[in-house]
Design a protein around this ligand. Structure first.
Ligand code: MN
Length: 130
């Protein structure tokens, strides 16, 4: 894991946001926070994060639509996006992959494994092109 890599977290629930951000910052990541899809899309384009963690359930535009928007934009379409899906919402995983997500992490997140899971997605999505 490269310390200081930027992780954009798009999450409307403040408790979930702080938990994810705290765990990631403790593991050495720089966390950028967005509370809704629109803010997340703007931040993704301006800060070019190494990875985006995208809550599916967001007010207004949901996380799947936001993923589709980001994957259609040449400026952001190479950023890996990992959906944060509710454990009970089984269909969310399939919809997340259909929308262009590179994977998903189930909520409630496993606090012990969460930073390793993010590191794993960063490794598997590393772009071989210069
Ligand atoms: Mn939510």
């Amino acid at each position: 894991m490269a310390p200081g890599q930027k992780v954009l977290v798009v999450e409307d629930n403040p408790i979930n946001m702080e938990l994810a951000a705290t765990l990631l910052e403790s593991a050495g990541y720089r966390v950028l926070r967005a509370q809704d899809a629109e803010e997340g899309i703007v931040l993704a384009g301006s800060v070019c994060p190494s990875i985006i963690l995208m809550d599916v359930g967001l007010p207004g535009m949901d996380g799947l639509k936001a993923t589709a928007v980001l994957k259609q934009n040449p400026k952001t379409n190479r950023i890996p996006i990992v959906a944060l899906t509710a454990h009970a919402m089984k269909g969310d995983r399939e919809r997340a992959l259909e929308a262009g997500c590179d994977g998903y992490i189930e909520k409630p997140i496993d606090t012990r494994r969460f930073p390793q899971m993010v590191a794993g997605f960063l490794r598997s999505n590393r772009d071989p092109r210069p």
